[in-house]
Design a protein around this ligand. Structure first.
Ligand SMILES: Nc1ncnc2c1ncn2[C@@H]1O[C@H](COP(=O)(O)OP(=O)(O)OP(=O)(O)O)[C@@H](O)[C@H]1O
Length: 291
């Protein structure tokens, strides 16, 4: 269990995280969503003890990660690091070095993934394409089997087919060997089916943390004849709207009361929930807090 209490992180005068409190379970695939500069990387860098918070406390399994030799090998951060040091190694050397640092390393799984992603392992990292370098990193993330694995935009440069392969591996591995995976992404539409829970971070603050279905249920899509939809949605918080001939679809923020729903159904309106991406965009545009 990860527990953050009133955690803030400042870089000089820049407040990257502002009084964040968060509890994360031992087993989940948790999406970390936020606009550029929202504080996602800052949060992940605290969790893997690359940085210390300016104020507040972080505990992982009850221990302070900065002072614990037990905790550090249990956490891996997989990011889009382009450092010269890493780029100087052959892919297979980088994999071998990392394997030595990971107590739960699954060598057979790493070999399987190298074949699956068709990695030319003798090439230096700097000579691989961006997508291939990312594939090497996610192989390290998957084969490392760390109980807490953090992916920070780890698949950048991968084409759609490769991203699909990665997601499918992540899911099947999680099903067999559950752990805590935190997954920061801007590909909300593509990845949202992956998340058992989602954290939305905006301007350094956690504005929502809920399971996937609960979060999506905070929005309502209303569809029907334009005039009926207009009279029903008038005065409510509208996320987006589009007209389809005589029909109209309006996305509202918030759940409808049972009375509202029954009244609208009598008028022939239909309801569903918006995508996580639509909700995310709305919540971070208005900067609002989850009710
Ligand atoms: N090393 C640093 N020095 C100074 N300011 C920083 C540093 N790293 C991040 N920041 C600032 O902290 C804030 C949060 O940045 P962070 O990288 O955590 O955001 P992010 O959500 O990961 O963004 P992105 O999606 O663009 O990667 C931003 O205002 C950023 O400019």
């Amino acid at each position: 269990m990860i527990n953050l209490e009133n955690v803030s992180l400042k870089y000089g005068n820049t407040v990257a995280l502002n009084n964040v409190s968060l509890k994360l379970p031992d087993q989940a695939i948790c999406g970390l969503l936020g606009r550029n500069g929202a504080g996602k990387t800052s949060l992940l860098s605290l969790l893997c003890a690359f940085r210390r918070p300016t104020s507040g406390t972080i505990t992982i399994s009850g221990e302070n990660p900065y002072e614990s030799r037990n905790i550090m090998p249990q956490i891996a951060l997989i990011d889009d690091d382009q450092s010269e040091i890493e780029n100087a190694f052959q892919a297979k050397e980088l994999i071998k070095i990392t394997a030595a640092l990971r107590p739960n390393w699954d060598a057979a799984y790493a070999e399987k993934l190298i074949k699956l992603f068709e990695i030319p392992v003798k090439k230096k990292m700097r000579d691989l394409s961006h997508g291939m370098r990312s594939a090497v990193r996610v192989i390290i993330g998957l084969a490392g089997q760390t109980p807490i694995t953090l992916y920070d935009e780890a698949y950048l440069g991968m084409d759609a087919a490769m991203r699909k392969l990665f997601i499918s591996e992540l899911l099947s591995d999680y099903t067999q060997r559950p752990k805590l995976i935190l997954f920061s992404t801007h590909f909300v539409n593509e990845m949202e089916g992956l998340f058992s829970e989602t954290i939305i971070i905006n301007k350094g603050q956690v504005i929502a943390h809920d399971d996937y279905d609960n979060l999506r249920s905070k929005g309502t899509v209303v569809t029907g004849f334009s005039e009926v939809v207009n009279s029903f949605t008038n005065g409510r918080e509208i996320l987006s709207q589009r007209v389809l001939g005589r029909q109209k679809e309006v996305v509202l923020f918030g759940e409808l009361s049972e009375n509202d729903r029954l009244a609208a159904e009598k008028k022939g309106l239909e309801f569903s929930h918006p995508s996580l991406q639509d909700l995310f965009i709305y919540m971070t545009e208005r900067g609002g807090k989850e009710e």
